[in-house]
Write a protein that binds this ligand. Structure first.
Ligand code: ADP
Length: 459
């Protein structure tokens, strides 16, 4: 069942119940009012009849039906009466009433009128009994009977009106609900159409945002924002796959051509050189795939760091020791500056690979005899910094914003032939996973300074 149908149904049911309740109240109050009106007219006639009887009895005249029946012609048509004496004997009046039962004899003239419904020839009448007295003694019990046809007709008219009005009103309500919901849901219907048309290859479509300031506008804006994020992620993924394929293709092409060369020159000296090149490219390929694999793992939502307390001062010393032979080989010195022994919760292996990568880059770009400064500082109570500073060629200002991007390599003289362009991207991702930040400051011809800031609590 659609929301539109549910709203129409709810509207109609609620309105139907309200209408039925309203009709019930009107019908019953009208019925009570009509009955009171009939009773009042019967009372009026009864009093007149009573007075007439008493007057005639007092004057000693003969009590005649004709005389008394005058009274009934003055008002209510169809009014009948009868007089019954103490013994329950019919004395005067309409003989058609003699078949009706007689109530107990009234004890005095002051008892209130006794009212009831009676049936004569299948028709319902309203009946009233009133005592008539002479000098304080009840002589007759008088019954007046009035037809309720007029009342019933009025009520039937009312019923008829309700029967006509109610379905029309319900139909109009359902139609109104239908049109209101159609207008209200029009933007949603259009959203459904647009959303249906969106596929992975058509992620640039956006929902039209209604001009109204309501929840539907908010929904459209939120969905558009979500689609924007999905689109951006898809574009990044596509770019990543394209870049990765491109990066993989180059060493593969080299390996293939070197192997073909070896095939042609098998046993010759040149073949050995080709074998070495092919092996180097294989090495580069395997580093690249390792990097790609690691980045994919770091990106996956299920990846968690193995967080343990790590002594950073010890970790930095270990990194320097690991690079000892490389520094000797390149005749570069690493100077270590440690303010304090610091322990932080971190993934030791991942953090070590970040520092090693920064040191490795610094080593690569440092001139022979250069000095690399590796520092551990605590600039504030809630942050610490690991700084790798070299005296290399520096990074051009137009390359600076991109060097943390995947596969980005500045096109410089000293750029590494076998670099993958993934090292800094991996470092940035690992630092982010530690809730830290990595940035670079560099001046061409002076050197580069990579700063890793990590959250830290001094207490
Ligand atoms: P690569 O494997 O190519 O070194 P990285 O992600 O580690 O990949 O570095 C990306 C690029 O950033 C490098 O190609 C280089 O151009 C630049 N770069 C990184 N570190 C330094 C540095 N210490 N000095 C100068 N340029 C650097």
């Amino acid at each position: 069942m659609t929301i539109t149908s549910k709203i129409i149904l709810a509207y109609t049911v609620v309105f139907g119940i309200t209408l039925a309740g309203f009709a019930f109240v009107i019908y019953h109050s009208t019925r009570t009012a009509e009955l009171e009106k009939l009773d009042a007219r019967l009372d009026n006639h009864a009093t007149k009849l009573q007075e007439e009887i008493e007057e005639i009895e007092n004057s000693g005249e003969r009590l005649l039906f004709e005389k008394l029946s005058r009274i009934q012609t003055e008002g209510l048509s169809g009014l009948r009466f009868r007089l019954v004496d103490k013994n329950g004997i019919f004395c005067l009046g309409d003989s058609s009433l003699t078949r009706l039962s007689i109530p107990p004899w009234p004890t005095n003239e002051h008892i209130p009128p006794r009212r009831e419904y009676v049936t004569i020839n299948g028709q319902i009448y309203r009946s009233l009994w009133l005592p008539a007295d002479v000098h304080g003694t009840v002589v007759y019990d008088v019954q007046l009977v009035g037809p309720i046809i007029e009342m019933e007709e009025n009520l039937r008219r009312l019923q008829f009106i309700f029967l006509i009005v109610a379905p029309v009103a319900l139909l109009l309500t359902a139609l109104a609900a239908f049109f209101i919901t159609r207008i209200a849901f029009k933007p949603i219907t259009s959203m459904i159409h647009t959303t249906r048309s969106i596929t992975a290859s058509k992620l640039d479509s956006r929902l039209s945002v209604p001009q109204t300031k309501d929840e539907i506008r908010e929904l459209a804006e939120t969905l558009n924002e979500m689609m924007e994020r999905i689109d951006a992620t898809f574009r990044t993924q596509r770019q990543f796959v394209a870049d990765a394929s491109h990066e993989i293709r180059t060493p593969l092409t080299i390996i293939r051509s070197e192997l073909e060369f070896m095939e042609r020159h098998a046993g010759k000296l040149e073949a050995e050189k080709s074998l070495r090149i092919a092996l180097e490219e294989l090495e580069r390929l395997s580093r690249l795939t390792d990097g790609l694999l690691l980045l994919t793992r770091l990106d996956s939502p299920g990846f968690v760091l193995k967080i343990r307390p790590v002594r950073l001062d010890e970790l930095l010393i270990e990194c320097v020791q690991n690079l000892k032979s490389a520094t000797v080989q390149r005749r570069v010195t690493i100077e270590l500056h440690i303010d304090n022994a610091v322990e932080v919760p971190a993934d030791r292996d991942r953090l070590k690979s970040v520092i090693l990568n920064l040191l490795d880059n610094a080593l690569h770009y440092s001139p022979v005899g250069g000095v690399i400064h590796l520092s551990l500082t605590i600039p504030s109570n809630d942050a610490l910094q690991i700084i790798v500073e070299d005296s290399g060629p520096g990074i051009a200002p137009n390359d600076l914003p991109f060097i943390f991007k995947r596969f980005y390599r500045a096109d410089t003289e000293r750029a590494r032939e076998n670099g993958s362009g993934l090292g800094l991207a991996i470092a940035e991702q690992v630092v982010h996973l530690h809730n830290g930040q990595i940035r670079v400051e560099s001046t061409l011809g002076v050197g580069s300074k990579f700063i890793v800031a990590l959250p830290f609590s001094s207490s």
